[in-house]
Design a protein around this ligand. Structure first.
Ligand code: NCC
Length: 276
């Protein structure tokens, strides 16, 4: 194990882990006649590079951060799961370009994926963990949660919403990348949505600012800014290799200590900015 520069780390992420979505021609969807249900538009166009992108973690430490205006000043704002903006605008802003949504949120009735306005008129990347080395067919037969039923219903109801399903092999490409850069063995569970969000944006942004990913001095045991559950494992991880993700992200960061620990964001230069 040798210490790598921020540039080397970001560029090796590009080599190892380009984030892919399920495509119309992928099996078993094509043979089942479901291919046409996937959107024609990619999540982001190939050649468009946005100046600034924000990834808003759902961390409790966003409360009282007053980061809303800063977050909304970014060209692209990525949020997770059912994280709301209403009533939290001062701290988290109100703009949403893209949401990464896990298969629990898609499938469990309490999240109301089909009807909630949170999942309309934005870009959506839905994901469900497959087993390491499983094919797409094996995953389709045995997903962690049933992502497919609601996803296809939502496509019919809201065809104008650019909703994709992540190719689950991308999760394991990201996992391989994290493990390759860690001196310790990590458990074979997929990275958190947070890491996926960064990997999704790096090809399309001059830089990506990640808010309260590395906890600032506001760090709290509160899990989310939007509910009052206390659970420190939301910040440091139990199932996802979250601490490993965070250490790696801190090694890619180019923001200074004041920005990271007082203001509450790290900045990671995009692939094009670094010329990788
Ligand atoms: O909590 P969750 O994560 O929706 O958070 C989104 C991403 O923000 C970062 N985060 C969150 C809280 C915190 N205190 N610190 C953080 O850094 C993490 O990067 C996290 O990925 C998920 O990743 O999809 C996850 O989803 C929840 C849950 O399914 C949804 O919120 C819906 O209720 C998972 N929790 C459980 O399954 C109990 C969580 O493990 C991962």
């Amino acid at each position: 194990y040798d210490k790598k520069s921020a540039r080397e780390l970001v560029c090796s992420l590009k080599k190892k882990a380009l984030v892919k979505m399920v495509q119309k021609d992928d099996e078993p969807f094509k043979s089942m006649g479901l291919g046409a249900q996937f959107p024609n538009q990619p999540v982001f166009g190939e050649d468009k590079i946005f100046e600034s992108c924000a990834v808003v973690s759902s961390a409790g430490s966003l409360l009282a951060s007053e980061l809303g205006k800063t977050i909304d000043s970014h060209d692209v704002v990525l949020r997770f799961n059912h994280a709301p903006t209403k009533d939290y605008e001062v701290d988290v802003g109100c703009k949403t370009t893209v949401r990464i949504v896990n298969s629990q949120v898609i499938s469990k009735p309490e999240f109301n994926y089909l009807e909630s306005p949170l999942y309309s008129n934005i870009k959506i990347v839905a994901w469900d963990p497959s087993k390491y080395n499983h094919t797409m067919e094996q995953w389709y037969q045995n997903p962690d949660h049933d992502i497919f039923t609601s996803y296809f219903k939502h496509r019919m109801l809201k065809p104008e919403t650019n909703a994709h399903i992540l190719n689950p092999s991308s999760l394991w490409d990201l996992w391989d990348y994290i493990q390759a850069h860690m001196p310790l063995r990590i458990r074979r569970n997929p990275p958190s949505s947070g890491f996926l969000g960064l990997a999704l944006l790096l090809p399309h942004c001059a830089h990506v600012d990640m808010f309260e990913f590395i906890p600032s001095f506001r760090m709290t045991k509160r899990c989310h800014y939007y509910d009052n559950l206390d659970d420190i494992s939301c910040t440091f991880g139990v199932w996802h290799p979250l601490s490993a993700e965070k250490l790696l992200l801190l090694s890619m960061n180019i923001a200074n200590d004041t920005e990271v620990f007082r203001d509450g964001y790290i900045r990671i230069p995009g692939y094009q900015t670094l010329g990788c």
